[in-house]
Design a protein around this ligand. Structure first.
Ligand code: GLA
Length: 377
């Protein structure tokens, strides 16, 4: 990273962590359920150097500029872009994994605010770099839990574990079925002859955090009413007993219960190489997110519909938290060259926006990069 070298010389450590796209299993992670994400070929790179004891910790972002924190007692502003970076360092310090002040530079090609987990990529890359500098061992699950704590305790976003876990622990060439209760990750290959397309509606989310917290709270109310630890433990027929005044909670719970079933069925379909079954489950997931969970939006619905009617599409749905950002499609590999321009042209016709569409192979989780840019692990 030229910026780091110019300012501070050769970094002591260089790390990277990827963004992700979730194939199926949406809004299930904070209900102890199942998700099926894969890391994508966009990542965030952190160059890190030790600073002299007593000096501030400083971060430069190619996109956002520079920020510093003078010492550990200085409060971190939750809404500031650097909260993710300082938050990781602060919580690692709290665990006794202290490395003292540092200087770091971050660069990313993960689209920001597009539902591709740019914040988890940043947190995980930072944690990877700090742990390497401190000579600490690397554990993907513990790191994901730490990054989730940054979101909860520093940023104030009550997110689940999916994003940091796939960014930290993904296996190259595989998506992962994750049990968000045990945190077990089961890597799975995509069906032969298929590719994953990421379809950016070019809309960005607003006020999503309060809607996210609302959805989470509704799930918790439903779980309490049903006397289960989490909606993962609830059965569909039990929802019929819920009173009329809990109609919203019932619909939210119906999404979560059916989405868990779809996600497990998708893993079975993937094991059997049954792309058509996987695609049908993606389509059903979108309908449930749109109608029962109400986290889609005009642009996402339009994009998904356009994807469905474009050459080679096997299945499509919104991905991530919802409301804006990206959709994901499973596409026949031999039709991908026709699929992309068809989607772009039709989306432009209905929205006036120029959608970005990327094909991504499942990428590897966070890694250390040596000074000549190799990934030794
Ligand atoms: C966001 C959160 C995740 C997950 C998804 C919805 O990406 O960070 O934990 O809840 O929304 O599936």
């Amino acid at each position: 990273m030229a910026l780091h070298r110019e300012r501070w010389g050769v970094p002591d450590v260089l790390s990277r962590a990827p963004g992700r796209v979730n194939l199926i299993g949406e809004h299930t992670d904070y209900n102890d359920g199942f998700v099926f994400p894969m890391a994508i070929e966009f990542d965030t790179v952190v160059a890190l150097s030790r600073a002299k004891s007593g000096s501030p910790s400083t971060v430069i972002s190619e996109i956002f500029g520079e920020a510093r924190r003078d010492d550990e007692r200085e409060p971190i502003t939750a809404t500031h872009w650097a909260a993710y970076v300082f938050g990781v360092s602060h919580l690692l310090n709290g665990l006794g994994k202290s490395i003292g002040p540092w200087r770091c530079t971050i660069a990313t090609d993960v689209p920001i605010g597009a539902s591709l987990s740019s914040s988890a990529a940043l947190e995980v890359a930072m944690a990877r770099a700090l742990l390497q500098l401190a000579g600490e061992s690397w554990d993907a699950t513990a790191t994901a839990e730490l990054c989730q704590r940054v979101e909860h305790e520093v940023v104030g976003m009550p997110c689940g574990i999916m994003d940091p876990l796939i960014s930290a622990g993904a296996v190259r060439g595989h998506a992962s079925l994750i049990d968000c209760r045990s945190l077990e990750m089961l890597p799975r290959r995509l069906p032969d002859g298929t590719v994953i397309a990421i379809l950016d509606t070019m809309t960005r989310r607003e006020l999503v955090d309060s809607a996210y917290a609302d959805r989470r709270a509704a799930c918790e109310r439903a779980a309490r009413w049903l006397s289960v630890a989490a909606l993962r433990d609830a059965e569909l027929d039990e929802l019929e007993r819920m009173p009329a005044e809990l109609a919203v909670e019932r619909r939210r719970a119906r999404h979560v219960i059916t989405e868990n079933e779809r996600t497990l069925a998708a893993a079975t379909a993937m094991d059997a190489g049954d792309a058509a079954a996987f695609g049908a489950l993606m389509n059903a997931s979108h309908a449930s997110l749109r109608d029962d969970y109400e986290v889609s939006g005009q642009a996402l619905d339009a994009m998904v519909q356009i994807a469905h009617s474009s050459p080679g599409c096997i299945g499509a749905r919104m991905t991530g938290g919802g409301f804006a950002g990206c959709a994901v499609a499973l596409v026949a590999a031999d039709a991908a060259d026709d699929f992309i321009p068809a989607v772009q042209e039709r989306y432009r016709a209905v929205s006036g926006l120029n959608a970005s569409v990327w094909l991504s192979q499942p990428a590897a989780g966070a890694s250390h990069i040596d000074s000549i840019g190799q990934h030794p692990e």
